[in-house]
Design a protein around this ligand. Structure first.
Ligand code: FAD
Ligand code: ZN
Length: 478
């Protein structure tokens, strides 16, 4: 960055206000506040203005002004992210560009099995729009009532059905992006096959708003499941979970939709803090698997297949006990255990989090080694290893020892991260399976990526955003 900006900042801000009109910006301090911090309370920023454009052309015109005046731009969706990526820097020199008003479904095509939506569409609304034409948009996660598709794509969100349908990256056919200089790239193609050189959309997916602003996307739809079977299984050993997974996958073809690992502590936390959640199985076990299979056909074949599979798994000693949901309500009650565990952890004192992945075959080894390592470092620590283990994704969260002082425990965040992430690297894994890097893992990224990978990332950043104005200080350190 050198030389003076072409446009003085105050003039740029006035122009921006004129571009988006009175409904398109927030300048009042109290109204700005929700856009300046995130739910966990780890990051608080400041901004010159919150901008809420209503159309792609407005986004482009705003970004051109920002580029001319060298104003950093922080794209923001539902602000549900877990790594501080949508929070503006403390300096207060940036603007937040919130996509929430761009929430139209532009097109939906049941023959193409595609939907084209603006970036500010809330995920649950995209799911509903697909259901209205008897199709499934399979991306599903805890924040779906408030996160937006632009945020989901920018973080390459995963969730509970990745096993069957892939993550946000796999669900995207085309993108419309406003580049850091204000040009609009119209890449909204609905093609299943397109081998015409570099796949540019993939650059923007998962880049956490550092390369441009996604304004719309064309996404894949699927046939809607007609039959869904859900089971909650008790296991004696975590090692058995991954053997069971391989069995289940083989036995159910591509009908295995979810395979979630839950430790005993997770069930206990859910029971302690979620009204109406009880133990579905009479005898306590050390580990549980919540499993879902689904089919778009209605021949009624799923239940007998699942029951036969379970009988065999119990005979082999892989599963100690289990229940199969008899109704939609019972299935929901089983899923409430999964949700209640995550929510309930907030009431168990401080927790140090790891969102990691290892090859599927290494999940149990990783959990056992990581548990031993953290228990050696702090006796009494309560590891909660859960997650989408069918994707090799473990949320290795560490609840503070009972009676410990939260502040003292949380002060050791970096120390535990280092220990766990080093183990993850030993297994050839990743330090962020789902939530991204943002501010939270920026320094760990430098430790965990090779010098060549980091340099390639910096080169891409410089090529697309030479002024360094797009969500600065996120993913890559300035
Ligand atoms: P924000 O938080 O607003 O932004 C996230 C990042 O994207 C920021 O870097 C921001 O700058 C950028 N961004 C936002 N919109 C745009 C845009 N239009 N163009 C360019 N950049 C943009 N994740 C999973 O993968 N699996 C889970 O199972 C899962 N469960 C969750 C459960 C809960 C309760 C919560 C709170 C989060 C969970 N997450 C999960 C994380 C979730 O994926 C993210 O919170 C969500 O995808 C972010 O969407 P958002 O609209 O809130 O984006
Ligand atoms: Zn998750």
């Amino acid at each position: 960055m050198s030389g003076a900006a072409d446009l003085p900042v105050p003039e740029a801000l006035e122009r921006i206000k004129a571009i988006v009109g009175p409904k398109g910006f927030i300048a009042d301090a109290a109204d700005m506040a929700p856009y300046l911090s995130e739910e966990r309370g780890l990051y608080h920023g400041a901004a010159r203005l919150i901008i809420r454009p209503a159309a792609t052309e407005e986004v482009a015109a705003v970004v051109r002004c920002c580029a001319a005046a060298r104003i950093p731009v922080v794209p923001q969706g539902g602000n549900t992210g877990l790594v501080g990526a949508a929070v503006p820097p403390e300096e207060g020199n940036a603007v937040v560009l919130s996509l929430g008003r761009m929430n139209r479904v532009r097109a939906i095509d049941p023959v193409d099995f595609t939907i084209t939506v603006e970036a500010g569409c809330v995920l649950a609304d995209v799911q509903r729009a697909a259901a209205e034409v008897d199709r499934l948009f399979p991306l599903s996660l805890g924040a779906e009532g408030s996160c937006q598709i632009g945020g989901n794509l920018s973080t390459n969100a995963g969730g509970i059905a990745v096993l069957r349908y892939g993550n946000a990256r796999d669900l995207t056919l085309g993108l419309e992006v406003v580049l850091p200089d204000g040009q609009v790239w119209d890449g909204l193609r609905a093609l299943r096959k397109d081998n015409t050189g570099y796949d540019l959309k993939q650059l923007f997916i998962g880049s956490e708003g550092t390369l441009g602003i996604i304004t719309a996307a064309t996404l894949k739809l699927f046939p809607r499941p007609r039959e869904v079977e859900t089971a909650f299984l008790a296991l004696a050993r975590v090692e058995d979970a991954m053997t069971l997974f391989a069995w289940a996958r083989k036995a159910s073809g591509d009908q295995l939709t979810a395979f979630e690992l839950i430790p005993r502590l997770g069930l206990e936390i859910a029971m302690r803090h979620t009204p109406g959640v009880g133990d579905p199985i009479s005898r306590p076990a050390r580990w549980y698997v919540l499993l879902e299979i689904s089919s778009s056909q209605t021949e009624g074949g799923l239940r007998p297949a699942l029951e036969a599979f379970l009988a065999e798994a119990m005979e082999e000693g892989l599963v100690q006990d289990g229940v199969v949901a008899r109704s939609g309500e019972q299935a929901q009650a089983l899923w409430r255990i999964r949700e209640g565990m995550v929510e309930g952890q907030k009431h168990e004192g401080g927790s140090i989090k790891h969102d990691v992945s290892v090859p599927v075959s290494k999940v149990a080894d990783f959990i056992l080694q990581a548990t031993a390592a953290v228990e050696a470092l702090l006796p009494g620590i309560r590891p909660l290893a859960f997650g989408h283990v069918g994707d090799g994704n473990v949320h290795f969260n560490l609840s503070q020892p009972k009676g410990a002082e939260t502040r003292v425990f949380l002060a050791r965040w970096a120390e535990f991260n280092r220990l766990v992430h080093d183990l993850v690297r030993g297994f050839g894994g990743s330090i962020s399976a789902e939530h991204g890097i943002g501010r939270l893992k920026r320094e760990e990224l430098v430790r965990c990526k090779s010098a060549l990978e980091l340099e390639l990332m910096r080169k891409l950043k410089r090529a697309l955003d030479p002024q360094g104005l797009m969500n600065p200080g996120k993913v890559l350190a300035p």
